[in-house]
Design a protein around this ligand. Sequence first.
Ligand SMILES: Cc1cc2nc3c(=O)[nH]c(=O)nc-3n(C[C@H](O)[C@H](O)[C@H](O)COP(=O)(O)OP(=O)(O)OC[C@H]3O[C@@H](n4cnc5c(N)ncnc54)[C@H](O)[C@@H]3O)c2cc1C
Length: 455
Amino acid sequence: MSAEIARDPGIRAAYETDASGVHLVPEGVARPESVEEVVEIMREAAAGKTGVTCAGAQTSTTAASITDRGILLSLRSFDKIGEVDREARLMRVRPGALLGAIKRAAAAEGLLFAPDPTSEEESTIGGAIACNASGARTFRYGATRRHIRALKVVLASGDVVQLRRSELEKNTVGYAFAHDPIDWFIGSEGTLGVVVEAELSLLPLPARVVGLGIPFQGEDDAFGFVVRAREAATVVPRCIEYFDDKAFEIARKADVSVPWPADANALVYVEQEVAENFDVVLDSWLALLESANSNLDPQIFDGESRLRDARRFRHSVPSVMNERGARFREAGGRKVSTDWAVPYRNLAEAVRFSRALAADRKIEQAVTYGHAGNGHPHQNYIARDAGELATIEEVVGLTLESVLGMGGTVAAEHGIGKIKKKWLPLQMTSLQMGMMAAVKHELDPLGILAPGNIL
Ligand SMILES: Cc1cc2nc3c(=O)[nH]c(=O)nc-3n(C[C@H](O)[C@H](O)[C@H](O)COP(=O)(O)OP(=O)(O)OC[C@H]3O[C@@H](n4cnc5c(N)ncnc54)[C@H](O)[C@@H]3O)c2cc1C
């Protein structure tokens, strides 16, 4: 493939949607496989003031990786994974490499690339960097940003910059936000530059990990346990995940191999690295569980294949909800997915508030699941038509106002893209918005990169 731009309607249609359920057909599609080709495309785009929206695997839930303004720049085939440097614990990758493939390459050398979005088998490192993707294990290891040492970026002008994260421990030169320009690009959703290479930091692969699925009869008891697990000095969880009754039901149907108690209505799933003694780790969790209001037996996930089962179980929830949402597209409906977060102690209150609103507006309760340890659930609503979509968006808007009142954020994981832009001014002051616009203007004065994303 080359820097050539495909105008064929069939090819353009193949890139018209992502996991948001929104459809936008690009004016053309470019599928470069080298830095030189990306440079050529960006130079031509700048000369013609043509919009360029990057796409990895198009799993964005916010319509960030689709466009009808200019060309779609698919990086998916630009996917080489370089050698792992075991000594330095790093590897270099091209943007289209799938996270799952990167993780396997690292694991083969006894190392861990820690970011773990649920979509890791179907999303790219370019997308993960552009969204600062995170996952269940972010609770312990941090989001993608923490694991990026260096980036090569093609700017809107076609110029190439190399950015390496500073290793300084002290620095008083200038404004703090200018200290590490690499951080401007991580989480910028394709609006500031095209990532064409990344150097990743790797961690030692844990020798053993145990997962524990802890069923509860009620949501309040489950949330109470989340706070205990987070604050206990006796356990070191690497994730604390939550499934409400609806999410638990979807996951149970997707994987019938685990005999969950019939009267369980909520589930907390935790994982911990086992450094030395498995029994000590397990006993610490069981002791903590004794203080929780649950008389249902936990399920233990021990060993790689059982941990993979647990991941599949978890992944079935967003996958099923995406399928459900897609069924209502013709009628103007879709899945509405939130990724707000609050300080973890406020999680129960925030979910209760959203449930009361949904009951008041007579819409079906959201399927609620996700990263409870970080105070960060996903709430998935299904709008069956345009009218229901408007009501759900009203409920989400009011929930977000309440979340912000608790010191929360409107988006903790999936970014803003195109469909969450309306929530941005709820959280950011006009000064913050102005600073972001100034950075955007400095790096992309013609506004050609990812038009419509974030700003
Ligand atoms: C079932 C499911 C589960 C998910 N679970 C999670 C989760 O647990 N955690 C999470 O964080 N997200 C999750 N997501 C959202 C999504 O998978 C992530 O945001 C992912 O990182 C996007 O990667 P991608 O390759 O699909 O990027 P795309 O969707 O193609 O693009 C996403 C954004 O990145 C930009 N971009 C892509 N490549 C580049 C590049 N090379 N240079 C510059 N910009 C670029 C695009 O312009 C766009 O703004 C989930 C999505 C689905 C469908």
